[in-house]
Ligand binder design. Structure first.
Ligand code: PEP
Ligand code: MN
Length: 342
């Protein structure tokens, strides 16, 4: 349930409500709005008498949260979430573009692409060092060596880095290098991993599972939020359908649905959504037009020789053109591209 405090409720009134929630064996989560504080009382489903909170000083009203996801819901936090990401800012009205290769392949490759995407207007560098591959015989990523190369690219460009973590036991290692931890589609329901990144403080990019519903994506986010980490960005990356002309089917619907149901930022990955570089720019434009807060795009200096996902990777020049077009669409909606790192 949500305990909605009166505008101007005092800190001691808020504290008393929190203590009473905890005394009932529930967890209290605060959402500090511009005008009022909302306190989420979340637990294991046990029945708690609401009336005891209604009569407390500073309490305006008590309402149940209608959704199964609580902390991720707009009811809990009506305003869009915002947080800093090592030099850039994730906030409403500002489009963030994450770009880079599917996999970190070599020092020369990652440094070249990092400079090129920054020049083209990107805000953060992506690149997988631990790769979830369908075949165990495919390239599995450079591991820690790849993380070190990403860190060097960040040193040279200032771009924050986003990279995938595949298992709970990798979280500490990857967090030492990454500014944002990506949880891939195949791991969206790896609950041990969700809990582990939830206990840390690194922002998380949570990708929708290949066959996951929007509600399942939000419940996965809830695992992270419920452990204390509030900095979660959701990513639509295409779902499995009967269609074979594209690698996946980009669920554009998911963007306005998610924006209505959650305060968490929502970005789109048109690279995995389409699987073909020729369609990436069109679907990137569509995502921004539908209300996405950002994009994650695979860009490679030499896609023909990429070790993974070359066919869906843009060359830097095409990426630069995409950024311009996306800025145009954002402008129509009264949004801008977020300021880049200097
Ligand atoms: C990736 O970003 O390269 C990736 C493996 O994505 P997904 O988990 O969406 O397939
Ligand atoms: Mn990829």
């Amino acid at each position: 349930m949500l305990i909605i405090m009166r505008a101007g409720a005092s800190q001691s009134e808020i504290k008393s409500v929190v203590s009473r929630i905890e005394a009932q064996g529930l967890n209290a989560h605060l959402s500090q709005g511009k005008e009022r504080t909302i306190i989420g009382a979340v637990g294991d489903g046990r029945i708690v008498n609401r009336d005891q909170f209604v009569v407390m000083d500073g309490v305006d009203r008590v309402v149940p949260i209608s959704r199964p996801f609580k902390l991720a819901s707009r009811e809990f936090s009506p305003q869009d979430s915002a947080f800093p990401l090592n030099g850039i800012s994730v906030e409403p009205g500002q489009i963030v573009i994450i770009a880079g290769p599917c996999s970190v392949e070599s020092r020369a490759q990652i440094l070249e692409i990092a400079h090129a995407i920054k020049e083209a207007g990107a805000h953060a560098l992506r690149g997988g060092a631990f790769k979830p591959r369908t075949s165990p015989y495919s390239f599995q990523g450079m591991g820690e060596e790849g993380l070190k190369l990403l860190a060097e690219a960040r040193e040279q460009t200032g771009l924050p880095i986003v990279t995938e973590v595949m298992a709970p036991e990798q979280v500490l290692l990857v967090s030492r290098y990454a500014d944002m931890l990506q949880i891939g589609a195949r791991n969206m329901q790896n609950y041990a991993l969700l809990k582990s990144v939830g206990l840390g403080d690194r922002p998380v990019l949570l990708k929708r599972g290949l066959s996951a519903t929007i509600e399942e994506l939000l419940m996965a986010a809830e695992y992270i939020l419920s452990k204390g980490n509030r900095r979660v960005v959701l990513c639509e990356r295409g779902i499995r359908t009967f269609e074979t002309a594209t690698r996946n089917t980009t669920d554009i619907n998911a963007i306005p649905v998610l924006k209505a149901q959650t305060h968490l930022p929502v970005i789109l990955d048109p690279s995995h959504g389409t699987g073909h570089w020729e369609y990436v720019t069109a679907i990137a434009r569509a995502g921004i037009a539908a209300g996405a807060d950002g994009l994650i795009i695979e860009v490679h200096p030499d896609p023909d020789n990429a070790v993974s996902d070359g066919g869906q990777s843009l060359k830097p020049e095409r990426f630069a053109e995409m950024v311009k077009q996306v800025a145009g669409i954002a402008g129509i909606l009264g949004k801008t591209l977020a300021p880049q790192v200097s």
